[in-house]
Design a protein around this ligand. Structure first.
Ligand code: ADP
Length: 439
C-alpha cells in the first residue's frame, strides 16, 4: 500500500542527545523518598496541558497519592507569544491550587514545582534550560533561545503565585524517574503520544561529552530526542515526504512524523486522497480530503479497530470527516487496511528504537559491551522500560504490533526479560518527585 522507498532522502544525522543532570545526586536518579508534603508539576506536552499535585508522606510508597487536572491547550496559544502561553499556564495552576486545599500550613507557604516541558531543550541546570526549537505544531518564535523555566517563573510573578520552579524536566525523564522510583530495574523511558521521545540511563564513562564528570551513581540520564532520529536506511514514502514538506517544521523530527499520534491520521488521509484521485473507489473527490490533519489519529484508530461486520464505524467516520457517504464495503475494507499498514509501520519503528536502546546498554541479550560470549552464555537481566503516552495506552492494535515486533527482534526468551511498564501520568508525578528532591 505504501510507496517504495523514496530515492532521495534528506541528509541529516541521528538527532542529538541532551544530557540531563539527574544522575548527580543519588544512585537512583535523584528522586526523593523522604520529603513530605504536597509537590506540584505542570506538564506542557502536545495536545493537553496537565497540572499535577503529589502528596509525599516522607517514606517510600508503592502508591503515590496524586491528583491530575487536564485541559486542552487552546490552539491559538500554540503560535502566540511566550507571555500569552505562560500566563495561561500560570492561571491554570493558580485555579488548581485555589480550588482544592493542598494541606500546606498557610496560603503563604512557597510551593515547589517540577515543570515537564516536552520539547527539545538545552538543559543548563536542574532547574533551567534553553528552548532549542518547537515541535508538534507549536511555533512561538520569541521563545526559542530563552530559558523556559525562567519564563514560567516570571509568569508566576505576574499572577502573584508563590511557586518555585525547582526542576525542569523532559517528559521522558519524568517518566523514567517515576518508573525507577517504583522499580529499580527501570533503565529507559519512552513516550508515544502526540509526539515521541525516549531517554535511558547511561554509564557516565560511556558519554563522551561528560568525560571527567563524576556522579555518585556513575550514571546519567540521556534524553535522546529520538523524534529527530534519521538514517538513510529508513525508507520514506511519498506520503512522508509530502507531510514533512507541508509541516511547520520541515526536515525535522523525521522519526516522530512516522510514529506519533500527531501524524498517523494525516498519513492515512494522504493515502486515501491519492487513491481517490487515481481510482473511482471513493466516488467523486471530496474537498475535505485535502484538509491537513482533518483526520485525527483517534478517529483513524476507531476505523482500524472497527470490528462490526459491515464496518459501520468506518462508514460513519468517512462520512463525518470527509463527507464521503455510502462507501461500498470493499472500499471501507481498503481504508482499514491502510490504517493497519500505517500503524503497523509506526509500532515496528518504535519497537526498533527500543531495541536500539537495549542494545546500546547491553540489555538485548547480545551481551553488549561484555561481548565475545555467545548469546546463550549470557544471563539476561530483568529489564524494565517505563512507557507513557496516549497513542500507546489508548490504541490497542498499535500496542500489540509494538509488542509483536519486540518479540520478533529480541527473540521470545530475551523478550520475556523485558517488561514495558505503563506509568500513567508518570511524567508529571516524576517531575513533582524531582522537584521535591531538588527544592
Ligand atoms: P501529549 O499530547 O502530551 O502527548 P498524550 O500522551 O495524552 O498527550 O497523547 C495524546 C495523543 O495520543 C493524541 O494527540 C492522539 O494522537 C493520541 N491518542 C489519544 N487517544 C487515542 C486513541 N484512542 N487512539 C489513538 N491515538 C490516540
Amino acid at each position: 500500500m505504501l510507496d517504495p522507498p523514496a530515492k532521495k532522502i534528506r541528509p541529516g544525522g541521528s538527532g542529538y542527545a541532551t544530557m540531563s543532570t539527574y544522575g548527580a545526586r543519588t544512585p537512583w536518579i535523584g528522586v526523593s523518598r523522604t520529603e513530605k508534603g504536597p509537590y506540584y508539576a505542570l506538564h506542557l506536552g502536545g495536545t493537553n496541558f496537565r497540572v499535577t499535585r503529589v502528596h509525599l508522606s516522607g517514606q517510600p510508597s508503592p502508591v503515590l497519592e496524586h491528583e491530575v487536572e487536564r485541559q486542552p491547550i487552546p490552539p491559538h496559544l500554540m503560535t502566540s507569544t511566550s507571555e500569552d502561553l505562560f500566563d495561561f499556564i500560570a492561571s491554570s495552576l493558580k485555579e488548581f491550587i485555589a480550588k482544592e486545599g493542598d494541606g500546606s500550613n498557610t496560603s503563604q507557604d512557597r510551593r515547589e514545582l517540577g515543570f515537564t516541558f516536552s520539547f527539545p531543550v538545552k538543559q543548563m541546570s536542574v532547574s533551567s534550560g534553553i528552548l532549542i526549537k518547537w515541535t508538534k505544531g507549536f511555533s512561538i518564535v520569541d521563545m526559542v533561545g530563552k530559558d523556559v523555566a525562567a519564563c514560567l517563573q516570571e509568569a508566576f510573578a505576574r499572577k502573584g503565585l508563590d511557586v518555585h520552579v525547582a526542576a525542569l524536566v523532559n517528559d521522558t525523564v519524568g517518566t523514567l524517574a517515576v518508573g525507577h522510583y517504583h522499580d529499580p530495574d527501570t533503565v529507559a523511558a519512552i513516550v508515544i503520544g502526540t509526539g515521541t521521545n525516549a531517554c535511558y540511563l547511561e554509564r557516565i564513562d560511556a558519554i563522551i561529552k561528560c568525560q571527567g564528570l563524576l556522579t555518585t551513581s556513575g550514571r546519567m540520564v540521556v534524553n535522546m530526542e529520538w523524534g529527530n532520529f534519521w538514517s538513510s536506511h529508513l525508507p520514506r514514502t511519498a506520503y512522508d515526504i509530502e507531510l514533512d514538506a507541508e509541516s511547520p517544521n520541515p526536515n525535522d523530527q523525521g522519526f516522530e512524523k512516522m510514529i506519533s499520534g500527531m501524524y498517523l491520521g494525516d498519513i492515512v488521509r494522504r493515502v486515501i486522497l491519492r487513491m481517490s484521485l487515481e481510482s473511482e473507489m471513493f466516488g467523486p473527490i471530496s474537498s475535505k480530503l485535502s484538509t491537513p490533519f482533518v483526520l485525527r489519529t483517534p478517529l483513524m484508530a476507531a476505523m482500524h479497530e472497527d470490528d462490526s461486520p459491515d464496518l459501520v464505524e468506518v462508514a460513519k467516520i468517512l462520512n463525518d470527516t470527509f463527507e464521503i457517504p455510502d462507501l461500498p464495503l470493499k472500499a471501507r475494507k481498503t481504508v482499514v487496511k491502510v490504517c493497519d499498514v500505517v500503524t503497523r509501520r509506526a509500532a515496528r519503528l518504535a519497537a526498533a528504537g527500543i531495541v536500539g536502546i537495549l542494545k546500546k546498554i547491553g540489555r538485548d541479550g547480545s551481551g553488549g559491551i561484555t561481548g565475545g560470549r555467545s548469546r546463550s552464555d549470557i544471563k539476561m537481566k530483568r529489564t524494565v522500560v517505563a512507557i507513557e503516552g496516549g497513542l500507546y495506552s489508548s490504541y490497542t492494535l498499535f500496542r500489540e504490533y509494538l509488542h509483536e515486533a519486540l518479540n520478533e527482534i529480541l527473540g521470545e526468551d530475551i523478550a520475556k526479560q523485558v517488561t514495558l511498564n505503563v506509568t500513567e501520568d508518570g511524567s508529571g508525578i516524576g517531575a513533582a518527585l524531582l522537584a521535591a528532591s531538588y527544592s
